[in-house]
Design a protein around this ligand. Structure first.
Ligand code: SF4
Ligand code: MSK
Length: 631
């Protein structure tokens, strides 16, 4: 099924690239070719421009060329500093997203645009954080919970609240290593301070600080992003959708939602359903309004509303090349600035909405949360009015799409697991059935496959090949971000994909009624994966690092991915990277990340660019963990 998909997909992609040449449109491939050979110093992470005495580039080869920067920083220090700054930027991106979501809960009201949709989740979080819920209005509780979350960013004392959700053994590891993050902004500021010229000059210390900062992402910003989005917009439940560029509809006004935060996209979904907007669409000759998501915004709206998925990171240009998109609406993160110029080749309106991400050449319509619906309607109206400018002779939509089931939040997974619980023997509402099948060996393990696309690797190929190999070997896969969208396009998020699974996994999927690859949401929703891994570990009375689980980022590209990978290993879960990070200029840093860190956190990095070899290594490591556990 997926092999067939890949060959069909590649042909659609090739046709669009041919169309780009015909239309005189520039794509990432043209720009990649113009880059010629990538800079070897940058690739190895040994270029430093932290101060104006430089830039300095040092030789990664001992005894050959400059061995130190002007200040005396060695390759080890320069590589570790660059790595630490990537972690800081990634943590900042996820956490600043979360801050906005917490602000939205703080402004939520019964008669406003933003409401509390999951009261149960809010009440349980209020209880967890010691907020009085007796005889109080739900919105009063929501505002107090939001204020506590906002204080997590800058509180002067203590450590992050969500750390207490981890298994006790893991908390002890963090305590011993002294990497429990304090306030989120504090960790980001401290690491930027420490990597300033003339501050930390020790690679191991920089990796250590990076771990603490990254935990402020996974168990701080990202977890706040997930939990608060669920409270405001609803906790996802499994729902059906379709994925790939074939979801665009020639007869409708096509609007692509691209970026990350659900605050805007949720309002656009509501605005597009408004009868006034629907009427307007008919008046311009369209049959309706067709929303399609891309990147993590796409994940947010598909798992809560079933909005179709146009594609993942790499396809943002492809979508415009179809000539059938009236507007591509973006907020923050993973947006090519190139979309402005590319949109000019077609009638597409490229609309930026966030003051945090203005782009030259785009139409900027600022989205204001305090009059969210009005802002959203203005944006949708722009798209509708643009329908008449579409040039039919420039339209080509590849007829490729797949069915998918999306929206497996932790709560939804537990609900599925309840299907096999005998309530007279076992408690309902726990991960026990999952822990049992892992222990029994019916499932050999569980793996999270996450992250982006990267032109260094064939589009989606590594994601899909690795997923197929793991499920065939009875390893259940959970996925988020652009990896999840790759899975959706390949048909791996269907119950039908069970036929690609090994016998054990296929049986579990049958009994629990799930696909072998579970869509768990957007990049911040990797916090859902942390939660479920932690729950299984707690259930078995062990630490995360003892479990036969792993994280994989086969085609990663962003600084956010570096932060994620670092908090995943800091949480005791091995992480496999399919793209080599810019650290190879320092044997010391490579040794820390791929070897010594295991003695600290119980997990380490593996770097393997060949997807089949990577999958084999994951399977080997899973068996090693099983053996150690004696299961
Ligand atoms: Fe060069 Fe040191 Fe300045 Fe970096 S911090 S640019 S290595 S002098
Ligand atoms: S959107 S960070 S390209 S996964 Fe979260 Fe995709 Fe990577 Fe952006």
């Amino acid at each position: 099924m997926s092999d067939q998909f890949i060959s069909i997909y590649q042909s659609g992609e090739e046709q669009l690239l041919e169309k780009a040449v015909k239309d005189g449109a520039e794509t990432m491939w043209d720009r990649k070719a113009a880059q010629k050979t990538p800079c070897g110093f940058g690739e190895k992470g040994v270029c430093c421009r932290i101060c104006a005495m430089g830039p300095c580039r040092v030789s990664p080869v001992a005894g050959k060329g400059a061995q130190k920067g002007i200040c005396g920083a060695t390759a080890d220090v320069i590589v570790a500093r660059n790595y630490a700054r990537m972690v800081a930027a990634g943590t900042a991106a996820h956490s600043d997203h979360a801050r906005d979501i917490a602000h939205i809960l703080h402004m939520a009201s019964r008669d406003g645009n933003y409401k509390v949709r999951d009261e149960k989740k809010l009440m349980s979080l209020a209880k967890e954080w010691g907020v009085n819920t007796e005889n109080r209005d739900i919105y009063e509780i929501a505002h107090e919970v939001a204020e506590i979350a906002l204080n997590e960013f800058g509180k002067p004392f203590g450590t992050l609240k969500f750390l207490e959700r981890a298994p006790e053994l893991r908390q002890k590891v963090w305590e011993d290593l002294q990497i429990k993050p304090r306030a989120i902004d504090r960790e980001i500021a401290t690491i930027l301070h420490s990597t300033h010229v003339g501050c930390t000059g020790d690679a191991e210390s920089l990796v250590h600080m990076s771990m603490r900062t990254s935990l402020a992402d996974g168990w701080g910003g990202s977890m706040i992003g997930t939990e608060f989005s669920d409270i405001i917009f609803g906790t996802p439940v499994p729902r059906e959708t379709e994925a790939n560029l074939g979801v665009l509809d020639e007869k409708q006004v096509n609007i692509i939602l691209h970026g990350h935060e659900p605050s805007l996209s949720e309002m656009i979904v509501m605005a597009s359903l408004d009868p006034e907007m629907q009427k307007l669409a008919k008046e311009v000759g369209a049959e309706g309004i067709n929303l399609a998501g891309m990147c993590c915004t796409g994940n947010e709206v598909t798992m809560r509303h079933g909005v179709k998925i146009a594609g993942n990171f790499y396809q943002q240009e492809m979508a415009i090349l179809t000539g059938a998109v009236e507007a591509i609406i973006v907020d923050v993160q993973c947006i090519f600035p190139a979309l402005a110029k590319l949109s000019d080749c077609y009638h597409t309106k490229f609309i930026t909405t966030s003051p945090k991400a203005k782009i030259t050449g785009a139409t900027h319509i600022e989205f204001h949360e305090d009059n969210a619906m009005e802002s959203a309607k203005n944006i949708v109206k722009e798209a509708i009015e643009n329908f008449k400018n579409r040039k039919n002779e420039k339209v080509f939509i590849p007829e490729i799409k797949s069915n998918a089931v999306v929206g497996y939040s932790v709560e939804a997974v537990i609900k599925q697991l309840d299907k096999v619980v005998n309530p007279h023997i076992d408690p309902m509402g726990t991960v026990k059935p999952l822990a049992d099948v892992i222990k029994a060996g019916v499932l050999r393990g569980a793996v999270g496959i996450v992250g982006c696309n990267n032109p260094k690797s064939k589009h989606d190929y590594s994601h899909i090949e690795i997923m197929k190999k793991l499920i065939a070997n009875d390893v259940i896969v959970v996925t988020t971000g652009c990896a999840a969208q790759a899975a959706a396009k390949a048909g791996l998020l269907t119950k039908d994909a069970r036929k690609l699974a090994g016998q054990g996994l296929a049986t579990v999927c049958e009994l629990v009624d799930i696909p072998p690859v579970l869509h768990m949401g957007s990049c911040v929703d990797i916090s859902r994966i942390l939660t479920i891994v932690g729950e299984v570990a707690k259930h078995l009375g062990i630490d995360n690092s003892d479990l036969p689980v792993a994280g994989i980022a086969p085609e990663w590209m962003s600084e956010k991915a570096v932060a994620i990978a670092t908090y995943v290993i800091s949480s005791g879960i091995d992480t496999f990277l399919g793209i080599t990070p810019p650290v190879t200029g320092s044997d010391e840093v490579v040794d820390i990340l791929t070897n010594r860190v295991e003695n600290m956190t119980g997990a380490k990095f593996f770097i393997e660019e060949d997807p089949h070899a990577l999958a084999d290594k994951v399977l080997g490591r899973i068996e090693e963990k099983r053996q150690k556990l004696g299961i």
